[in-house]
Design a protein around this ligand. Structure first.
Ligand code: GLY
Length: 253
């Protein structure tokens, strides 16, 4: 069970952040509204929220997940892989120092975005992407192995982060983008393959008794419902414009 989450309000500079999709500029007021709804959903899932003030110096900083990897017992401060985001992790460190007795750090030359790290029970998958390099992956892997987790590295070639395409719902259920579906690593899971046109919904997020899923992807929603989960659908249009998904918007522990 998760009990807490950290989120950060989107900054007025949000539209100046990094984006690779051609969906237009986000509307700031709508972004704030969607973020408020996201926070309400986390509260409905039973989480106590720490809401950090917006940081206009870092337009992407509402995507807090990329700045750290957290478990119930320890945290790891990441080292964002895009130079434009390097430094976001410093403020998160101050917050996590209060939460965890054991806090580790990814050090240069390691690069690592939390969006590339997925936990599935006692396993961790590390996506090797444009944001997470071998050195970052090795450092994280060594820390996780001290805690007896099994750790696997997976190349990410066609998307921003590993969790853009693969997300663990619990109970052995794995949402998988088709680019990952033939991977041997995932054959032991009940794989729910995301249908063409619904790729964005691969980033759905299990929190306690609910699965948060982006609005507008009915086939994925139906598949998740069929597994017996209660769904909270959220409008994510403005975050999607900036390459962000549901998991990116919080750190949960
Ligand atoms: N815009 C989110 C990211 O590039 O990390």
């Amino acid at each position: 069970m998760f009990t807490k989450a950290i989120v950060r309000k989107p900054a007025e500079t949000f539209a100046n952040g990094i984006s690779t999709v051609n969906l237009g500029k986000p509307d700031y007021n709508l972004t704030l509204k969607q973020h408020d709804a996201y926070c309400e959903a986390l509260i409905k899932c039973g989480l106590e929220l720490t809401i950090l003030d917006a940081n206009p110096d870092f337009p992407d900083s509402c995507f807090v997940e990329d700045t750290a990897v957290v478990t119930k017992y320890f945290g790891i401060i990441a080292r964002p892989g895009d130079p434009r985001r390097l430094g976001e992790e410093k403020e998160i460190k101050k917050i996590l120092e209060k939460e965890f007795d054991h806090l580790y750090h990814i050090e240069e030359p390691g690069k690592l975005d939390g969006g590339d790290i997925m936990q599935a029970d006692n396993k961790f998958y590390i996506g090797l992407s444009a944001r997470t390099n071998l050195a970052g992956s090795k450092q994280l892997s060594e820390i996780l192995k001290q805690y007896h987790y099994d750790v696997y590295s997976i190349p990410v070639c066609t998307m921003l982060h590993f969790k853009t395409g693969v997300n663990y719902l619990g109970d052995n259920n794995l949402l998988v983008h088709r680019d990952f579906c033939s991977k041997d690593d995932f054959k032991s899971y009940n794989r729910i393959i995301i249908e063409s046109g619904e790729e964005y919904a691969a980033n759905s997020l299990r929190i306690n008794n609910y699965v948060l899923t982006p609005k507008g992807f009915p086939k994925t929603k139906a598949k998740i419902e069929k597994l017996g989960y209660k769904i909270i659908e959220l409008e994510m249009s403005e975050f999607q414009k900036m390459d962000g998904g549901l998991s990116c918007l919080s750190l949960r522990f």
